[in-house]
Ligand binder design. Sequence first.
Ligand code: ATP
Ligand code: MG
Length: 288
Amino acid sequence: QFHTIKYEDLKWDESLGQGSFTRIFKGEKTDYRDGEKHTTEVLLKELDPDHKNCWESFFEAASFMSQISHKHLLHVYGVSVHGDKNIMVQEFVKHGALDLYLKREKSLSVSWKLNVAKQLACVLNFLEEQSIIHGNICAKNLLLVREEDPSQGISPFIKLSDPGINVAMLGKDVIMHRIPWIAPESLAAPDNLTHECDKWSFGATVWEIFNNGNPPLQGWSLEEVKLKFYENKQQLPPSQWTELADLIGQCMSYDLAFRPSCRSIIRQLNSLVTSDYEILHATESVTQ
Ligand code: ATP
Ligand code: MG
């Protein structure tokens, strides 16, 4: 069903920290093609031994990621099993996770953000066409392959990473930490993910992108409070760019029927004109 990689062909380099249920390392994979040795930089995601009962779900994510291919979808080479170690071997992305990048680079332009949002919409549309539900879309799971270089006419380029363990397998406390990315209906029915759930997460992710990777519910520390966010059908603070706020609002609509189709999302993103935003901000600073 998916490619298995010999543990002996993997080399482990520095640790890059931890994921939800994983330990993450940079490494290398060795292949022998036509009697020649090739090495490739890889990212190794080892499932936490405390969660080894989730290996099927973890490998399911690896499986779908390695079976389909799209320019904005992270490439998964395969999996490796060694004793009780379960490892996902994936493409190493140089500039890392988008949430951290956004926080670091504070002065990214509106057109940069819009471009990245369009790339995410493009892969969202592809997944829907393939009838695949991702289930864990957020800025942390977008990886920056290429930085912008305006002097060379180079745009930023992102890829969507794997969703990890399915939400249906996660405990209530873990799910709570996924507010506001996780669709509100998933709290009650985590085993019933739909394309509409991904639309909600898309909205929250676009919000993050335009808010420089700041956590959407900063200050809402208590989990009870977080729960109230959905109970009271609250919304994230709207962008002053009304057309963008409108799109995010549609995606993060509590009524599933109001969430837009991918086609509509793409159309709305294409109709956003960056200069409108800049004019808005120019007039704001004049009136202040
Ligand atoms: P989750 O399932 O919740 O997404 P995870 O196991 O995927 O958890 P993350 O928190 O998404 O772990 O990723 C942890 C960090 O590892 C990221 O912040 C990023 O810096 C780095 N990282 C993840 N994937 C890659 C990759 N393919 N290339 C380079 N760095 C990566
Ligand atoms: Mg991840």
